[in-house]
Structure formats: structure tokens, C-alpha cells
Design a protein around this ligand. Structure first.
Ligand code: GLN
Length: 298
């Protein structure tokens, strides 16, 4: 029986030969997941031998990674804003930028009496669940056009014991009734050209419909902007994650639907988030900080 260290070394070489850059790290993370060790325990057990049935399970995991399947799908879960979110090929793997969007919302609106939140295109449920946790008094509705994605999202609500969220099939706002204090979405926004250049992990395994939108990546964003008005409370806010070259087009399109547009950068300094509101009075001076770059219409 081979030892864990021998298995790790072989797996590292195999993954390297498949072009995986963080080969050693990935092998360690997969082995930790299989053996239910944290990485420190793994290091303490490196000289242990591995039983045959575990070895074949591990080889299967490593060969999946070798075919460029994202580590997160093989491990089956990711941390998102302190929640354990199960992920599978029906849902996009939550990105760090999307955690940033949740952070911004919490820091700007965390003290407001937010009663209702709508998460459009929820996928794994990550945004809706993180907001359900941070706004425990709010009712969250999370919708997606994919029934399979919603099954994963529902599983995640149970996994995180979140009771103030419900799920519904809807193509953006099509089946949505009611008025919301906050509508949030991380819609598909990549252009076809951008998609051509993404790494194999994304291109071959993540749901393309959650990534790419027509009209240079803007079709779904425009659809949301042009249809959310009727579902937004008077002082409500529409918060979107977007592509980094889209804010001028979005500002000019949104002019017809919203009184106020704000562009915000992500931590890497790229235009990434858009906040739209009807009522400028909703914005208190305390909301204004250095990372806020208002692109005024007037
Ligand atoms: N930020 C994601 C990526 O670059 C795209 C997510 C999205 O389209 N909503 O892979």
C-alpha cells in the first residue's frame, strides 16, 4: 500500500503534466476532502498508508481534475461569505467579486429596515443565502430559470439552516409578483469573445448560460434594468454585478428607467458593480465613500 506522501507526489506530477498550475495544492485539497482531514492533519499523516478503496476514489478525483474539471465541483462545496455552498455543474461557482458585492450591500444597507429581497438568477443560491443570513428579518425570494440550479440552491438553504428564503422558477422577473426593497443579480455578462478566452475549467464545465449574454454581454442586464421598476419599492435599490467594460453602456441605457446610477469598482480596481435607484433621497451622506464613483445623468 502506498503512503499518502507517495500518492501526493504522483498526483502532483500527473496534474502538472495536464497543465494544472497549482498541482500540489490541488492534490492536497482533494486528498484532504476525501479523508476528511484539514491540511494540517493531512501533513501529520503523510506517512500513513492508503487503503485500496480510498486510493481508487482518489485516483478518480485526480483524473477529473486532470481533465480540467474545476476543483470546486470535485470537492463539491465552496465557502461563500462564511456559508458552505454546495456546487455542481448546474450552477456557477461563486466568485470572489460576488462576495464583494454582498459586502458592499451589507456595509451600505445593513442598518436599514430591509423587508424583502429578490435575487435574480440565483444559481447555487449564494447571494440570496448570504443576504438572508445578514438580513434575518427580510424575506428573500431567489429565482432562476433552471430547475436543476434551484434544486442545488434549495439544498444549500437546508445545509445552512436558512428559513427566510424561498425559491421559484422564473426567467428573470417573468413569474415574480410583489414589491422588493432590494433586487440583486449576478447575471451572465461575458461577451462571446471573452468566453472564447476563458480557461478550460470555465469553458468546458460551468454553465455557459450563466456566463455569456447576447448583445456584447449586455442583453440580460438590459432586460433586468428595463423590467425591475414595477417590482422595486419606491426607495428600493437594484444592485448588479457586471462586466468591467460595460458601465458607460449601462448608464446610458438605465437613464430611461432609473433616476440614479452609481458605478463601483471591485477590489482589483475594475468597474464591477452597478447600483440603480429611483429616489436620490434614499442615499444618505454616510453612504458616500471614496470607492463610490457617481456617474451622474444630470
Ligand atoms: N466573473 C465571472 C467570470 O469571469 C462571470 C460571471 C458572470 O457572467 N456573471 O468567469
Amino acid at each position: 500500500m502506498p503512503s499518502l506522501i507517495e500518492i501526493l507526489t504522483q498526483s502532483e506530477h500527473f496534474l502538472k503534466s495536464k497543465g494544472i498550475l497549482a498541482a500540489r495544492l490541488d492534490a492536497e485539497l482533494l486528498l484532504s476532502q476525501l479523508l476528511r482531514y484539514n491540511r494540517l492533519s493531512l501533513y501529520l499523516h503523510l506517512n500513513d498508508n492508503m487503503e485500496g478503496h480510498l486510493l481508487s476514489q482518489f485516483q478518480h478525483m485526480v483524473s477529473r481534475r486532470g481533465s480540467r474539471e474545476p476543483l470546486q465541483y470535485i470537492v463539491g462545496e465552496v465557502d461563500f461569505h462564511g456559508l458552505s455552498i454546495a456546487v455542481d455543474r448546474n450552477v456557477l461557482i461563486p466568485r470572489h467579486e460576488t462576495e464583494e458585492l454582498v459586502d458592499i450591500i451589507i456595509s451600505r444597507f445593513g442598518n436599514r429596515p430591509i423587508g424583502s429581497i429578490l435575487d435574480l438568477g440565483t444559481g447555487s443560491g449564494a447571494i440570496g443565502l448570504a443576504l438572508a443570513k445578514h438580513f434575518p428579518k427580510a424575506n428573500v425570494l431567489a429565482v432562476d430559470t433552471s430547475q436543476n440550479a434551484l434544486l442545488t440552491a434549495q439544498k444549500n438553504a437546508i445545509r445552512n439552516r436558512m428559513a427566510n428564503i424561498r425559491f421559484m422558477v422564473s426567467d428573470w422577473l417573468e413569474n415574480v409578483d410583489g414589491i422588493f426593497d432590494m433586487i440583486i443579480s449576478n447575471p451572465p455578462y461575458l461577451t462571446d469573445k471573452e468566453f472564447e478566452n476563458v480557461q478550460d475549467e470555465i469553458k468546458k464545465f460551468e454553465p455557459k448560460c450563466a456566463l455569456v449574454a447576447k448583445n456584447n454581454g449586455l442583453a440580460d442586464i438590459f432586460k433586468i434594468i428595463s423590467t425591475t421598476g414595477r417590482s422595486l419599492a419606491k426607495d428600493g435599490v437594484l444592485a448588479l454585478e457586471t462586466g468591467s467594460f460595460q458601465h458607460e453602456s449601462i448608464a446610458s441605457f438605465a437613464k430611461n428607467y432609473f433616476g440614479k446610477f452609481e458605478s463601483m469598482d471591485d477590489l482589483s480596481g475594475k468597474n464591477r458593480f452597478v447600483f440603480l435607484q429611483n429616489n436620490t433621497k434614499f442615499r444618505l451622506p454616510s453612504d458616500i465613500n471614496d470607492s463610490t464613483l457617481p456617474l451622474s445623468f444630470n
